[in-house]
Design a protein around this ligand. Structure first.
Ligand code: NAP
Length: 307
């Protein structure tokens, strides 16, 4: 059965990924958008979510492609109205908010999905399978990009709840928590806050680990030139490198696989499956690491940042 879906927030990621992925998936019909400033040709738009929910009881599913700060109110309204909900990453601005949404979805008997698009990168499953029987000796995450290039003028990202450099960093954490054979937790962190901002522009994390295994993550938003989204893992049987955000896999320097981009296509397939089976998927492990880094992080103040 084709499900009618409403897309909320017609911004950067909606145009880059959500709209083409919904259009290409025969399980979904884009029946409405909710946007305060934009619209999509040929699709009914509503300025507010309450208005859309009232006008369109036939729409079963709401996909939220808005920043984390307003997400809770939108998700709650959709769930209260008995609709299935798909959440962009990060699934909210705090863990308590996300737990409340999960409980509400359960009470209402609808599906809720905390998406992690980077987990859908082509080589992530290969890395997980390869690592399953290896002894890990060291893990190094290097996630360094230019915030001016990827988030031009997005002030929300530096406002409380916007997560700062953890907005891309949580993508690395979503891959790490998917491919490691055992769970880890944050032991310490150093967070660099620009003098004029409320969220960090760089972060270094140390994870607690079995003796002799060093596990660290370095996130930085000030990298100009080549961009780096790498996870390096030394094992007893060789060196695994996932690069390009999970799209390329090398073992001991040899390319094993270089995939193409199906991340959002896979998210919409998975949402259709969840709605079909009446299940939810709310793995919050990446968000727990971010929350712990904020709790444990030592704060350093660095130069002011201006877009
Ligand atoms: P964005 O372009 O800055 O914002 C998306 C849209 O959200 C805006 O166009 C606006 O839509 C709506 N919006 C913004 N502030 C709002 C508010 N206070 N209340 C209600 N609606 C508001 O952001 P984005 O880059 O698309 O990111 C949105 C989410 O996707 C974030 O959680 C981000 O982490 C995630 N994401 C982004 C990327 C990326 O490359 N940018 C990649 C993966 C995931 P209207 O004007 O239409 O109302």
């Amino acid at each position: 059965m084709v499900e009618k879906i409403a897309l909320v927030g017609i911004g950067k990621i909606a145009r880059d990924q959500h709209l083409p992925s919904i259009a290409a998936n025969p399980d979904w019909e884009l029946a409405a958008t909710v946007s305060r400033h934009a619209s999509v040709d040929g699709v009914e738009n509503h300025a507010g979510i309450e208005e859309m929910l009232e006008a369109r009881p036939d729409i079963s599913t709401v996909s939220l492609a808005i920043p984390p700060q307003p997400r809770f109110a939108y998700a709650r309204a959709a769930l209260e109205a008995g609709r299935h909900v798909m959440l962009e990453k990060p699934p909210g601005q705090s863990l308590a908010e996300i737990h409340a949404l999960e409980n509400l979805a359960w009470k209402k008997g609808v599906s809720i999905y905390a998406t992690w698009h980077s987990r859908e990168a082509d080589c992530v499953p290969n890395a997980r399978i390869w690592l399953a029987d290896k002894q890990i000796r060291r893990l190094t995450i290097t996630w360094k990009e230019d915030v001016r290039r990827w988030h031009p003028g997005q002030e929300w990202i530096f406002e409380p709840g916007g997560l700062g450099v953890f907005d891309p960093g949580i993508n690395a954490l979503s891959i790490m928590t998917e491919i490691l054979p055992w769970p880890v937790h944050v032991e310490s962190a150093v967070l660099q806050f620009p003098d004029n901002r409320d969220t960090p522009i760089a972060a270094d994390i140390v994870f607690a680990n079995p003796p002799g295994v060093e596990m660290t993550a370095a996130f930085d938003w000030r990298q100009e030139g080549p961009q780096t989204w790498d996870i390096d893992i030394e094992t007893d049987a060789g060196h695994l490198r996932l690069s390009s955000g999970g799209a390329k896999l090398e073992i001991d320097g040899e390319t094993v696989k270089e995939g193409s981009d199906h991340e959002y296509a896979n998210l919409y397939k998975r949402m259709a499956a969840l709605v079909g089976s009446g299940e939810s998927d709310m793995d919050l492990a990446p968000m727990v690491h971010v929350a712990d880094a904020f709790t444990l992080g030592k704060r350093q103040v660095v130069d002011a940042f201006h877009f």
